[in-house]
Design a protein around this ligand. Structure first.
Ligand code: WT7
Length: 585
């Protein structure tokens, strides 16, 4: 087999939605894509309407929308009609309590049906949905809910006790806390969600949202400062819908499994909205990764389209292709991967294990939907992220004097990956951070912060990030947030946090700490700091390792030089250290 190219034969893509890339890209129009959806009377648009009510109106209510597989393997099925009724109840629960259009509703839940119902019910009520990852500790949760001005929260009683109650009083805007999995004696100032849903009517008229009304708030991490709340509007559904057709090749009979958690944007754009607007059946697994369990789900649920992430694929590789071959995966027709670099070996391995390749694709919290992908009908080049979606203009740019950028068209020249703004699911703001938002746009481009190259056939190749943000197991982690949590400990004078390469997770978080006078490095203190960070930040964000240093390398202006920490950790050249303040080491 060729390593540099996996050739597609016509029988590999019979009936694909995208055939003839160049023609499709040329004739594509967002207005036409918008025409595939209903809209609300008077020019309104609402994501939940497009995801559910449109199908009910068209007589597709009995179609299975969602099959939920619980950790213990029990299952719950929701047809579009049943999901719609539950969503309406939830919308009524919000409306009855005066939660209105534009109000921020947060969720902190595992992958349980309530999460999906809350997301859609919130949108139907015209409120803004903001999902949090359930493996976050109290600090990241508090920071995000403060920035987002949370008015309501849906979470479990256990999460509430551990992660919210200790600081709840500091957030005056948070008026309503709905709890699932409650014990019989309800905690003060909380509402039993199941009881509230049971008494709410299952009819609800969609609140008339305009296309540019805020719908979703997804937090993402930067190099410095607080997390950024990327604002997405109802119009984004136009992109969610069409990219599902073109990149994931959704057809009405598909059974789709997106393994991403809705605490991150992949799990909402493609774990809720896109499959539902496309009317497919989606599988949700409550449990965490387990190779045998995953193969069993693919087989038993007859999954046809599977969307997962490189960390999971690398874990499957570890257990070997033979296990995959024990299962009947003949229904699987498209496998897609996103979130971090997918090693070429993983693509080649997937052909061995499944008889077909993973299709890598690229996008970000800011872009709201898939921007670059390996299409079903096109050859896959292992290691490449593929080509831009129709309607998306991408380029490689270099920074020039005066703060501008210009496009580099030479094949395989490295530069920053940039996109021409204007597609429907582009973020409309970083909430209350005009400055940080504006900085993303230069010379008519949106700058992604990723370094990449484009080959002569228009395929894009990921090179790395241009900043210090860490990608661990597909999750974006802001070093500043981790450093801040460490600094709260009484022994810590300074902290510098970097990602170090690790074969399965891509990167893992490592912290360097300088201690205050009166504290001495010791194994006990190291363990204490690891525990402190884990308790504040949660296991998904906390460092896996901490090293003590007398001093951390800093610029003359006092900024910790994470790049230098990394170069030293990895034994790489130290690069330009002209701004380094003298260090006593
Ligand atoms: C960053 C965005 C994908 C949406 C959910 C994550 C990295 C994403 C790839 C890929 C290499 C990738 C980039 C990007 N990334 N996809 N196929 N190959 N890197 O969104 O958390 O905002 O992360 O993930 O660095 O900028 P996110």
């Amino acid at each position: 087999m060729e390593w540099d190219r996996i050739r597609k034969r016509p029988e590999d893509y019979v009936g694909a939605n995208l055939l003839g890339y160049d023609e499709c890209a040329k004739t594509f129009s967002w207005t036409q894509a918008r025409g595939l959806l209903d809209g609300l009377p008077g020019g309104g648009l609402n994501i939940a309407h497009e995801a559910i009510d449109r199908h009910l109106k068209a007589g597709r209510g009995n179609k299975l929308a969602l099959r939920w597989i619980a950790r213990d393997d029990s299952k719950r099925d929701f047809t579009y009609a049943a999901l719609g009724a539950a969503v309406n109840r939830f919308a009524n629960v919000l409306a009855q309590r005066g939660i209105r259009k534009g109000d921020r509703v947060f969720s902190l839940l595992g992958r349980v049906p309530e999460l999906y119902i809350a997301a859609l019910g919130t949108l139907k009520n015209g409120s803004v949905f903001s999902p949090l990852f359930s493996a976050f500790g109290p600090e990241p949760i508090k920071a995000r809910m403060m920035i987002g001005d949370a008015r309501a929260l849906i979470t479990t009683e256990a999460f509430y006790r551990r992660k919210i109650e200790p600081w709840r009083k500091e957030l005056a805007s948070l008026k309503h806390v709905f709890l699932t999995e409650c014990s019989s004696s309800l905690l003060p100032d909380t509402i039993d969600l199941a009881a509230a849903l049971a008494q709410a009517p299952d009819l609800f008229e969609t609140v008339r949202t305009a296309p540019e009304d805020m719908a979703l708030l997804h937090f993402t991490s930067g190099t410095t400062g607080k997390p950024k709340g990327a604002v997405h509007v109802h119009e984004a559904v136009v992109a969610h819908n069409i990219t599902g057709k073109l990149a994931l090749d959704f057809h009405p009979d598909d059974i789709f499994w997106c393994t991403a958690d809705p605490g991150w944007i992949t799990g909402t754009s493609y774990g809720i909205i896109s499959p539902l607007t496309n009317g497919v059946t989606m599988i949700i697994d409550q449990a965490e990764f387990d190779a045998e369990r995953w193969y069993r789900i693919l087989q038993d649920q007859k999954v046809t389209v599977w969307y997962t992430a490189p960390t999971a694929i690398r874990m499957l590789m570890k257990v070997g292709a033979d296990i995959a071959k024990r299962f009947d995966l003949s229904k699987l027709r498209l496998m897609s991967s996103v979130g971090e670099p997918l090693n070429p070996e993983a693509v080649v391995w997937s052909v061995e294990a499944f008889g077909k390749p993973f299709h890598d694709n690229w996008w970000q919290t800011e872009t709201g939907g898939i921007m670059i992908t390996n299409f079903l009908s096109m050859d896959v080049k292992p290691g490449s992220m593929g080509r831009p979606l129709p309607g998306i203009a991408a380029g490689i740019v270099e920074h020039i004097e005066g703060g501008d950028v210009r496009e580099i068209t030479k094949p395989m020249a490295m530069g920053e990956l940039a996109l021409r703004p204007g597609w429907p699911s582009m973020m409309r703001a970083y909430l209350n951070e005009e400055q940080r938002y504006r900085k993303c746009f230069v010379s008519g481009w949106y700058l992604t912060g990723d370094l990449a190259m484009r080959d002569s056939e228009g395929y894009y190749w990921f090179v790395g990030r241009s900043d210090d943000v860490i990608k661990s197991a597909g999750h974006l982690i802001g070093p500043f947030e981790v450093e801040s949590a460490l600094m709260e400990h009484k022994a810590v004078a300074e902290a510098g946090v970097i990602g170090i390469p690790e074969p399965t997770a891509g990167e893992v978080v490592k912290a360097y700490v300088a201690l205050k006078d009166g504290f001495e490095p010791s194994e006990a203190l190291r363990k204490e700091l690891l525990g402190h960070a884990r308790q504040r930040l949660g296991p998904a964000v906390a460092p896996k390792d901490i090293a003590f240093r007398q001093n951390l390398p800093k610029t003359r202006s006092g900024k910790i030089m994470r790049r230098l920490l990394k170069a030293r950790e990895l034994g790489l050249p130290e690069g330009d250290i002209s701004t380094l303040e003298s260090e006593e080491r």
